[in-house]
Design a protein around this ligand. Structure first.
Ligand SMILES: CCC[C@H](NC(=O)CCC(=O)O)C(=O)O
Ligand SMILES: NC(=O)OP(=O)(O)O
Length: 318
C-alpha cells in the first residue's frame, strides 16, 4: 500500500475487515512486524480517537510513534507550488514533507477542509501535497473529504454486530449542529458501505444537503427522516455542512436530532456516531445513555482498523 486515503486504496474491503477482527482476537500476534519502524503522526487539527487509537495500533505492531501537532509546534506551511513566500508562511510543504519522510517509515496526517473553496478542498490539495513530497506511504487521519480509518471501523462494527442471515438496513442520517462541519465522515461512510456491498443503504437529510454523488453512489436518498428510519437495523448519525451551498448551514431544524421517539420505527436499531458528539444537539442523552447506542464499542474498534491498515502497509500488501 502506497497510501490509505480512500476505499479505492484497498484491494478487498471484506479481507481488510477480517484482518482487523483477527487483530481484535490476537492484538500482539504481529508485534515483531513493526520493529525498528517509526510512524509519524502529523496533526493540523484536533483529535482524540484517531490520535490515540492509531498510536495503540502502532505499538501493538512494535512500531515507534512520533506525534507532531504541526499547526501549533511547526512552521506555518506553504501548500502552493511556485508560491513567492514573502507572507506569513515560513516553510514549503515540499521541504516539510520530504524531511519528515526521512524520519518516518509511514506518515499519517490529519488535514481538515477550509470549507471555503469547494474545488480546492475536493481536489484534496493538502494531503496530496504530502503524498507527493513525503517519499513514504501516507495514511489519512481524516482529510478534506474522507475519513477512511473511521469508515473501516464502522464497517468492522456493523459486521461484528450483525448476526442475522439477511442484509441489514443501514441508515446514514443528518442531524443538526451549531457550526459548519466537513462532509468527510458521511462521504467516507457512504463510500465504504457502498464498496462493502453487504447492506441495504439509505441516506436521509434535508434538501440541499446532498453529498457528492461520487460518494453517495447507489444509496437510496430519502428526505423524510422518519420514513428513512423505518425498519432500520443501524442508524449512523452525523452532521455535515451543505456541499451544494458549500460549507454553509442551511437547515437549523432541531427536529432532526436523534431521540428515542425517532428510533421507535426502527428494528431496535444500533445507533452509531464517530464521536465527538454534541449531546442533545445531534443525539439526545436518552439515546447515547440507552441500550441501543454502540458508540463506545465503535470507538474501541478504531484500534483494530488502524492496526489492519498499518500491518498491510508494512507487509506491502496494499
Ligand atoms: C471525527 C469527526 C471530526 C469532525 N468533527 C468536528 O469537527 C466536531 C467539532 C465540534 O463538534 O465542535 C468532523 O465532523 O469531520
Ligand atoms: N472519530 C474520530 O476521528 O475522532 P477524533 O476526531 O477524536 O480523532
Amino acid at each position: 500500500m502506497k497510501q490509505f486515503i480512500s476505499v479505492d486504496d484497498v484491494p478487498s474491503v471484506p479481507r481488510l475487515v477480517d484482518i482487523a477482527l483477527d487483530y481484535k482476537k490476537q492484538p500482539f500476534k504481529d508485534r515483531a512486524l513493526g520493529e525498528n519502524k517509526t510512524l509519524g503522526m502529523i496533526f493540523l487539527n484536533p483529535s482524540l480517537r484517531t490520535r490515540l487509537s492509531t498510536q495503540v495500533a502502532a505499538k501493538n505492531l512494535g512500531m515507534e510513534v512520533v506525534v507532531f501537532n504541526i499547526d501549533k509546534e511547526g512552521w506555518q506551511l506553504e501548500m502552493n507550488d511556485g508560491a513567492v513566500m514573502n507572507g506569513n508562511t515560513s516553510e514549503h510543504v515540499k521541504e516539510a514533507a520530504a524531511v519528515m519522510g526521512q524520519y518516518f517509515d509511514i506518515m499519517a496526517i490529519r488535514t481538515f477542509p477550509g470549507l471555503k473553496d469547494k474545488e480546492a478542498d475536493y481536489k484534496e490539495k493538502y494531503i496530496n501535497q504530502f503524498i507527493k513530497y513525503a517519499g513514504v506511504p501516507v495514511v489519512s487521519l481524516e482529510s478534506a473529504t474522507l475519513h477512511p480509518l473511521q469508515s473501516l471501523t464502522d464497517v468492522i462494527t456493523i459486521k461484528e454486530q450483525w448476526q442475522q442471515p439477511r442484509r441489514p438496513k443501514v441508515v446514514l442520517t443528518w442531524a443538526p449542529h451549531v457550526k459548519p462541519l466537513p462532509q468527510a465522515v458521511p462521504n467516507s461512510f457512504a463510500q465504504w458501505i457502498n464498496a462493502w456491498g453487504e447492506a441495504d443503504f439509505v441516506i436521509t437529510h434535508p434538501e440541499g444537503y446532498e453529498l457528492d454523488h461520487k460518494f453517495s453512489g447507489n444509496a437510496q436518498i430519502e428526505y423524510n427522516q422518519d420514513k428513512a428510519l423505518e425498519n432500520a437495523d443501524f442508524v449512523y448519525v452525523k452532521n455535515w455542512s451543505s456541499y451544494k451551498d458549500y460549507g454553509k448551514i442551511t437547515c437549523t431544524d432541531s427536529s432532526w436530532m436523534v431521540t428515542n421517539d425517532k428510533l421507535k420505527g426502527t428494528n431496535q436499531a444500533k445507533v452509531m456516531h464517530c464521536l465527538p458528539v454534541r449531546r442533545n444537539v445531534v443525539i439526545a442523552d436518552e439515546v447515547l445513555d440507552g441500550p441501543q447506542s454502540i458508540v463506545i464499542p465503535e470507538a474501541a474498534n478504531r484500534v483494530w482498523a488502524a492496526q489492519a491498515v498499518l500491518s498491510e502497509i508494512l507487509k506491502g500488501n496494499i
